[in-house]
Design a binder for this molecule. Sequence first.
Ligand code: 5AD
Ligand code: SF4
Ligand code: FES
Length: 369
Amino acid sequence: MKSDSNKIKKATISAEGLSRLISLKGEARQRLWEEAGKVQEKVVGKKVFFRGLIEFSNFCTKNCYYCGIRKDNRNIDRYDIPDDAILSAARFAYKNRYGSLVLQSGERSDDRFVERISRLLYEIKKLSKGELGITISLGEQTRETYKEWFKAGAHRYLLRIESSDEELYYRIHPRDEKHDYQTRLKCLYTLKELGYQTGTGVMIGLPFQTYEHLAKDLLFMKEFDVHMVGMGPYIEHHDTPLYRYREQLWPLQRRFEVALNMIATLRLLMPDINIAAATALQAIDPMGREKALKCGANIIMPNITPTANRKNYLLYENKPCTDEGADDCTNCLNVRIAMAGREVGYGEWGDSKHYRKKPPSIPPVGGRN
Ligand code: 5AD
Ligand code: SF4
Ligand code: FES
């Protein structure tokens, strides 16, 4: 219905309208999802791009109150996958025509770590003849480090703001030098200025979070003019400080639905960006990621971390694919994506169209395709 679609689009121009969309239920919600799916097909098409995710280490120097691999959690085995195993995973992504991969770990910024990442980036570019796109998600770093990694071959960076409301930010992070909201914000601007395709995101359904906070998050993404977004439901982890608020949380199903509403609303607000179907969606609903692909998401991150390590990268509970291998996930996703009426963009970088509109001042190593 035309009038419905106009009403939905009109709602995206104010914070109140956005809050209303984010909180929709029942049939109205269904119409929002359908509208976002249509805009998605029209603007970014039916293709979904793979980013092979390598969670190569769970050592972390930070203490985010929500995260299962925070520094003070003594109840997990820490691991750091050796370089040759990381490179094998990268080779797997290249051979299976994934187009891109994501290197993610807990946050560290010591010199050894910084140099190691540079080396890995060069190696991955080399083994894939410059063809694999590389996204990194390695937290807050100095401008020099970001610059060095960009030069070494990374061209996309994911740094979730987690919440764009400073007050809420400090309810989910310690208020100290290592968890400074302004520093995080500055990092995002630095990444963009250096020419990275820059991604951010938030968690949905955090304790103390309201629809107004989430509307503010979407406006933040719009104002920051982000290229890509990954956001998903918050899922409590028993070994974290936020676990004590579990009774106050929205039921899991509500967190899931609001996460989809956020994805759909963001697709209407920023039609040409890349939006990931976060893995956390699947921790709640076995078809969670597929549902997201139908209402706005166009990126999926198959886990290609060696299986033996997957069980130790538990940021939240009930994380999917912890027993599967990379091949299992690829096969599984092929079927799932077809079921969602989408197709995989094999062998393509699948850059954000929003980024291509505004080329960076420094071209990525290895060129773009
Ligand atoms: N639930 C959902 N997402 C989480 N993350 C960390 N802990 C949790 C959790 N308990 C997300 C954060 C981080 C990303 C790597 O994982 O948003 O940026
Ligand atoms: Fe470390 Fe990231 Fe977890 Fe925070 S969210 S504790 S920085 S891994
Ligand atoms: Fe990993 Fe389905 S995506 S098993």
